[in-house]
Design a protein around this ligand. Structure first.
Ligand code: FAD
Ligand code: SF4
Length: 472
C-alpha cells in the first residue's frame, strides 16, 4: 500500500462508470462497467487498514476486507480471490448486489467525511478477474469423508452450504426445480443488476469442485423427501420464501394486476431463452402505463424491468416518504435516472376496473408520516378527503414475501413458527438443525425474506452444523 496515509484525501472515492442511459433503458445487461486494474489499485489504496475494521464486522460473512484490499492494491489477484473465498461462497455476486451502503461501506471509517472505500466493486473485480485468469479452488488436499448430503434449493443459502461441505470432503447433491442454479439470483434479481452468465460460470466452478446439481427436479413432486432422508446422511433446506404478500385491495384479482415475482421470473426466463411456464406466462409491459406498488428492492426491479420492456409510463407508488423507503438508495437513484416516476406518501385503497373487469387505475389516498412505532419506523397516516385515482393499464404488487406452504415436509416433524418460517436456531447444538435431527435449514426460509449475503452466511454456518452432526 502507499506510504501516504492521507491517500484518501488526495484520491476521492470513485464508483465504476455506468453504461449510457439510452442503452440502459432497453438492455437487460449490468449497468456498471467493471473497474480497470488501475482504478482497483488506487481505490484499494484508500483503505486506512483500521486496527478494528468496522466494515469486516458489519459484513454478514465477516470478509477479511482490509487484507484483500491490500492484495488487490499489490496486484496479487489470485491470493485475494483465495482469501475472499475463505469467508464467502459467492463473492462476485455479493460485490454486485449487496446493499453496501447499509453494510460494509456504510460502516467504513471514511464513509461520512471522505467517501467509503468502494469495497463491493473491488470484491467483484478480484473474483471476476481471478476466474478470468483461470483460478479455480484447489481441492487437491480434500479427502472424502464418506458422507452424503442432499441440499434442496440452489439459491445462495443452498450453494453456500454445498460449498463448505464439499471443501470438507462431503459428497453433495443439490436439487432445484429451476433449470439453472442461483434461486432468486437467477430467477428474481434481473440481469441489469446481475448478469446471468455470472451464475453459469459459478455452476461450472462448483461442478469442477465435485458438487452434483440435479436441476428441473422439484422435491415433493418429482422426488420425495422420504427418499432423500433414506439415501443421504443429512438434508439441508434452502427453499426460500415464495408466497407473495397481498395488500387486501379491492379488485386485486382483476385482469392486469400481477404479482412481482412471477413477472420478474417470466421476464428472466425469456431473456435466458427458456420457454415460458404455463402457470407463469411472459407479461409484456410494452406501451402500457404501469403502476408498481411497494418500495423495496423487488419494487425497484419491477419498475426498471417495465422501463426496459418499453412501458410508456412507470410510476412507483409508496405509502411512506422517501426517507422511510426500504429499497437500496443506489437502486432508487438508478431507477430515477432511467425515468421512473416516484410518488411517495400514497396508500393504495383499491384497483379500479372497467366494465369488462380490466384494470384502469389505482385508487389512492395521500398519507403523512406519523410517530415512529416500537421498531422506530414512522407510520403512514391517511389524509382524509385526499382520495384520487392514478390511471394504469397494469398494476404490479410488490408487497414482499412470506414462507410458502410445503406439504411434502409435513410428515417429518419439522417445526415452523407462527409465520411459517422453519425453526432452525443458529445457537443449537448443531447450528441450524431443525426439530428433525437429520434436517438442517437456512436462508430466507428460516429468517424470512432478507438478503443474499445473509443467506450465504446461514448456509455456511449450517454446513458447520451438519459437519458437527456427522462428526467429521
Ligand atoms: P432463494 O434464493 O429463494 O432460493 C431457493 C431455491 O430453492 C430456489 O431456487 C427454488 O427454486 C428452490 N426450491 C424451493 N422449493 C423447492 C423444492 N421443493 N424442490 C426443489 N427446489 C426448490 N438481496 C440482496 O442482497 N440484494 C438485492 O439486490 C436483492 N434483490 C432482490 C430482488 C428480488 C426481486 C427479490 C425477490 C429478492 C431480492 N433480494 C436481494 C433478496 C435475495 O434474493 C434473497 O434474500 C436470497 O436469494 C435468499 O436466498 P435463499 O437461498 O434463502 O432462497
Ligand atoms: Fe460488503 Fe457484501 Fe462484500 Fe460483505 S459480502 S464485503 S457486505 S459487499
Amino acid at each position: 500500500m502507499s506510504q501516504n496515509v492521507y491517500q484518501f484525501i488526495d484520491l476521492q472515492r470513485v464508483d465504476p462508470p455506468k453504461k449510457p442511459l439510452q442503452l440502459r433503458k432497453i438492455e437487460f445487461v449490468e449497468i456498471y462497467e467493471p473497474f480497470s486494474e488501475g482504478q482497483v489499485k488506487a481505490q484499494a489504496d484508500r483503505c486506512l487498514d483500521c486496527g478494528n475494521p468496522y466494515c469486516e464486522w458489519k459484513c454478514p460473512v465477516h470478509n477479511y476486507i482490509p487484507n484483500w484490499l491490500k492484495l488487490a492494491n499489490e496486484g496479487r489477484i489470485i491470493e485475494a480471490a483465495e482469501l475472499s473465498h475463505q469467508t464467502n461462497s459467492l463473492p462476485e455476486v455479493c460485490g454486485r448486489v449487496c446493499p453496501q451502503d447499509r453494510l460494509c461501506e456504510g460502516s467504513c471509517t471514511l464513509n461520512n467525511d471522505f467517501g467509503a472505500v468502494t469495497i463491493g466493486n473491488i470484491e467483484r473485480y478480484i473474483n471476476d478477474k481471478a476466474m478470468e485468469m483461470g483460478w479455480r479452488p484447489d481441492m487437491s488436499h480434500v479427502k472424502s469423508v464418506n458422507k452424503r448430503v442432499a441440499v434442496i434449493g440452489a439459491g445462495p443459502a443452498g450453494l453456500a452450504c454445498a460449498d463448505v461441505l464439499t471443501r470438507n470432503g462431503v459428497s453433495v447433491t443439490v436439487f432445484d426445480r429451476h433449470p439453472e442454479i442461483g434461486g432468486l439470483l437467477t430467477f428474481g434479481i434481473p440481469s441489469f443488476k446481475l448478469e446471468k452468465d455470472v451464475m453459469i460460470k459459478r455452476r461450472e466452478l462448483f461442478e469442477g469442485m465435485g458438487i452434483e446439481f440435479r436441476l428441473n427436479v422439484e422435491v415433493g413432486q418429482d422426488i420425495t423427501m422420504q427418499s432423500l432422508i433414506d439415501e443421504y446422511d443429512s438434508v439441508f433446506l434452502g427453499v426460500g420464501t415464495y408466497q407473495s404478500m397481498r395488500g387486501g385491495l379491492s379488485n386485486e384479482e382483476a385482469e392486469g394486476v400481477y404479482d412481482a415475482l412471477p413477472f420478474l421470473i417470466a421476464n428472466t426466463r425469456k431473456t435466458m431463452g427458456f420457454e415460458a411456464l404455463a402457470e407463469q406466462p411472459y407479461l409484456d409491459m410494452q406501451g402500457k402505463r404501469v403502476v408498481v406498488l411497494g418500495g423495496g428492492d423487488t419494487a425497484m426491479d419491477c419498475v426498471r424491468t417495465s422501463i426496459r420492456q418499453g412501458a410508456t409510463n412507470v410510476i412507483c407508488a409508496y405509502r411512506r416518504d422517501e426517507a422511510n423507503m426500504p429499497g437500496s438508495r443506489r437502486e432508487v437513484k438508478n431507477a430515477r435516472e432511467e425515468g421512473v416516476d416516484f410518488q411517495f406518501n400514497l396508500q393504495p385503497l383499491g384497483v379500479e376496473i372497467d366494465g369488462s373487469g380490466k384494470v384502469i387505475g389505482v385508487k389512492m389516498v395521500r398519507t403523512e408520516m406519523g410517530p415512529a412505532d416500537a421498531a422506530g419506523r414512522q407510520q403512514a397516516q391517511s389524509v382524509a378527503g385526499s382520495e384520487h385515482v392514478i390511471a394504469a393499464d397494469a398494476v404490479i404488487l410488490a408487497f414482499g414475501f412470506r414462507p410458502h406452504s410445503m406439504p411434502w415436509l409435513a410428515e417429518f416433524n419439522v417445526e415452523l413458527d407462527a409465520t411459517g418460517r422453519i425453526v432452525a436456531p443458529e445457537a443449537a447444538n448443531n447450528a441450524f438443525q431443525t426439530s428433525h435431527p437429520k434436517i438442517f435449514a437456512g436462508g430466507d426460509a428460516v429468517r424470512g425474506s432478507d438478503l443474499v449475503v445473509t443467506a450465504i452466511a446461514e448456509g455456511r454456518k449450517a454446513a458447520e452444523g451438519i459437519l458437527d452432526y456427522l462428526e467429521v
